[in-house]
Design a protein around this ligand. Sequence first.
Ligand code: CUA
Length: 366
Amino acid sequence: MLNTSYTKHFLRLNASPGRGSLAHVSVWLLAIMLTWVPTARAQDSTIRSIQNIFDPLSAPAETIYQTSLLVLAVCAGIFLIVAGLLTYAIIRYRRRGPEDDHEEPPQVYGSAAIELAWTVPPILIVVMLVLVTARTIGEIQHPKLPESAENIRVIGHRFWWELRYPKHGVVTANEIHVPLSDRKKRIPTQMVLESADVIHGFWVPQLNGKTMLVPNYRNTMWIEPYATGIYLGNCTVLCGEQHANMLIRVIVDPPAVYKKWLESQRQPPPPPSDPQAVEGQKQFIANACGTCHTIQNTAANGVFGPDLTHFSSRATLGSGMAPNDDKNLRSWLQDPQVLKPGCRMPDMHLTKDQIDVVLAYLRTLK
Ligand code: CUA
């Protein structure tokens, strides 16, 4: 079911150490130590990579799951009855010898009892399923969301996700931070889905069903996650060369951590002080990177590519394609077409020195 690049993405990004391994224990020890350092971020880095609608961890996905269980149970019941009667008839009334060739079973045309038996129950079952499904669709499409609900605008681009938090004046890309909800103190997140070019699809199976992002149209959906962690999803509509690598990461943070994240995203990063980074900023502007990318408080104000104001606070590059480490970033700056062939960023033909300083500058954008 998974294509190779997606599997690679799993292997690279979901390298959570196996249970019981030494690495696992040391990661936990490290995590415990870090919680004592006051500056440590309490983000839960559990990767929730299960692309499975039968393991919901959010309100709409849970409702869909319950409805699908009911439908599956009804269908399984019908299957067992039909297959059981069929098997019984095949065995009980099988041909036992040549004398059976001249015998016909009793003919029952016009039996009101039998006709009613195979029309009325199916109609009742279908009506019941229609009513239950209609209620589920109503609950999902017209939810009563509390005042505390968050709002995010998700704009699909070939091949990345633009994210805007209108209440907070935050713009970012590809890694969607949302607050953890509580069944008693709800904080759902409503998403307005739009597209900047072609039709894309937004699907994080453990959070909600699929919703399309259609040009010149606004779709809405909402999620209400009950567990922290990093949820993986994918674009579900073929949108071009890198459709399979338009990966979605939804990072569910406890409300306090989420608030801290919003605050840090709202502040533009301080101007670079290190001479290499200062030179990098100059090169970034001189090489026209700013015609496609925005970095707040600089001349860079492009909107064609992802906002890079807090680029180095993101864990991945190229919309979840690769970890955001120096090796991958260097490769990306040298020629983005190597890591993500077909992506809209061209090879800018930067020299090795230019790459060094631009990399140093991008690393200051936390
Ligand atoms: Cu975007 Cu497929």
